[in-house]
Write a protein that binds this ligand. Sequence first.
Ligand SMILES: *Cc1c(COP(=O)(O)O)cnc(C)c1O
Length: 470
Amino acid sequence: MDDNDFRAWAHRAADWSADYLETVAERPVRAQTQPGDVLKQLPPHPPHDAEPMEAIFADLDRIILPGMTHWQHPRFFAYFPANSSPPSVVAEYVTAAMAAQCMLWQTSPAATELETRVLDWLRQMIGLGDGFAGVIQDSASGATLAALLTARERALGFEGNAQGLAAHAPVRVYASPQAHSSINKAVRIAGIGDANLVNVPMRGPHGSMDVEALERAIMEDRAAGFIPAAIVACLGSTSIGACDDIEAVFEVARRHGLYLHVDAAWAGSAMICPEFRDLMRGAEHADSFVFNPHKWLFTNFDCTAHFVKDPKALTDTLGLRPAYLRTLGRDGLVDYNEWSVPLGRRFRALKLWFVIRSYGVETLRTMIRRHVAWSQELAAQIDAHPDFELVSQPVLSLFTFRYAPAGARDIDALNARLLERINNDGRIYLTQTQHEGRFVIRFQVGQTSTSREDVQMAWSVIHELARGLE
Ligand SMILES: *Cc1c(COP(=O)(O)O)cnc(C)c1O
């Protein structure tokens, strides 16, 4: 592809993208393909000779598009949002064109300094208090891993990295059963082990970690020779949006000298609205706080905001400075690779900068407020219907419900069939979770192009498809 071809195809890609977003609402939300449908259309061997771009683009439409689940569809109500927006897409394009590695200050000073600045904007936007420094991580999972590695090292006097873990008693991490699987994964990768992730009981099924049980567990562990290191508090669990009382959890962390990490991966974006900040009361005391602008802040994946109180503890844990990575003659510069697991880093701050500037904070707030209001309106309608029950109350824009008509017997199976029917229908997309041993359907609103009508249409689809079920 020469420079002229590149210009033409780049324009074509821009048109393709605009057409796609304009018409995505006409497609089924969840891919309606069977396993292997796409694979069997792909040649088993790579092409020996160049193929024309025209043919590649044609196959994009013919083979790939039908096999996509459309995350930017206005009636995507499944999982959590991974929303995007036109300014974010434009910035991603520019980022791809520059294709810079942003691992050291020197490898792109603007990338480092913009990251420092926009992360501080984000910190102010969510009202986190000024004792934190921010870094962009690839995912909340990556941020939580970095946090638990730091907590582990802090608990071991920064000797774990040098000596390995065998030289020490087991390190313990505490979280509620609502904690995300990324905490389990981090505990594994950090060499802490599943057995040392302590499950702290909750106060009530929708509530928060029982802090008295938490404190007892820490004291018993210490007496038994373990090394209690960290507590992970959740702000908006994936299953039902459960929130720990961060203030109360912090009191325990403080009394016992534990590291406190707050996982607000989804709910954190909503903290830009001051009226929702009750949920994060106490977060300013945390050692680290993570949320994903790539979920609910209109910014393409990947973009995780990771705030830390003590960046030195993080860089003492993850920073390595081999001779070939020195910025000669300049000490005291921020080299963000020392803040995360991978060395190489994309220029991810640019899309945040585009998004925040092109909407402005007040419009971003309005978009999130609407999602919450439309979701809560639907929850009230479902609650009022005799054949449906609201299982968990809305936390921001997330709630769970089930179809439970009078006289129905196996309600779990009935709801599994309803969900299957809904997703095969294609007008909306919902997913399930298990709550107190029951199969329940989750509903969340968070797409950039979703309107109140889309949410109301979801209710008529659910209704219509439930009625035909036996
Ligand atoms: C989505 C989510 C995660 C994982 O986020 P990634 O960025 O995909 O790693 C972790 N915790 C919670 C509460 C989440 O909602």
